[in-house]
Design a protein around this ligand. Structure first.
Ligand code: URA
Length: 217
């Protein structure tokens, strides 16, 4: 796996991560969503440097010129619901991609900390031969991404996979490294060392879905 960890150099992303983590600032849900969206926009620009380009001729009012445009067919797939702000950020830059949505939730069969990830909804175009951008803002255990990869198998085999995450935990990153193809890119804004017994990233930022869209039952 090719890991692009944005926390290894100073950039505006560090400020957005600070605001996402801060227990007071993160209560402003509009700022929370927008900070995740901004991270998605910056990551999209970086991903664009890895794509294939073709030459096209553009006609301006005053003449013609050959320019380069990306020629990849891209499917952007997000995990509901926490993936939505990051999805929007990518869509702001890659405005004409195809979209896929998948819902995955943690089920606690024994009412304790153990959980299984259940995929209950998938709407996706074919991903055969395309560039797949998978959006999962909190890469905690890696089990969600594993289930998503499995669920997408009958939609084709992508040419290339990019995973976008805001915060990841080291154990989860190590887990996805083992199950995704070796040429998969992971774009991640911050990496924390560990998970708690419930599978939450420590210190992380809390529950990204609740912070973006409100509490659930
Ligand atoms: N999902 C979240 O929203 N936060 C975590 O820490 C882990 C999974």
């Amino acid at each position: 796996m090719i890991i692009n960890d944005f926390s290894k150099e100073n950039s505006l992303i560090s400020k957005y991560i600070f605001e996402l983590r801060d227990v007071s600032i993160q209560k402003d849900s509009m700022r929370f969503r927008r900070n995740i969206e901004r991270i998605g926009e910056i990551m999209s620009y970086e991903i664009s440097k890895t794509l294939n380009y073709e030459t096209v001729k553009v006609t301006t009012p005053l003449g013609e010129k050959e320019v380069y445009v990306p020629d990849n067919k891209i499917v952007l797939c997000s995990i509901l619901r926490a993936g939505l702000p990051l999805h929007n950020g990518v869509l702001n830059y890659f405005d004409s991609v195809e979209n896929a949505f998948i819902s995955a939730y943690r089920e606690h069969p024994n009412d304790d900390d153990d959980f299984e990830v259940i995929v209950s909804y998938l709407a996706s175009p074919s991903i055969e031969g395309k560039t797949l951008i998978l959006v999962d803002p909190m890469l905690a255990t890696g089990k969600t991404l594993e289930n998503v990869l499995e669920a997408l198998k009958n939609h084709g085999k992508p040419k290339q996979i990019h995973i976008l995450s805001v915060i990841g935990a080291k154990p989860g990153i190590e887990y996805v490294e083992k199950i995704f193809p070796a040429d998969t890119h992971l774009w991640i804004a911050a990496v924390d060392d560990r998970l708690d017994s419930r599978g939450y990233i420590i210190p992380g930022l809390g529950d990204a879905g609740d912070l973006a869209y409100g509490d659930k039952l």
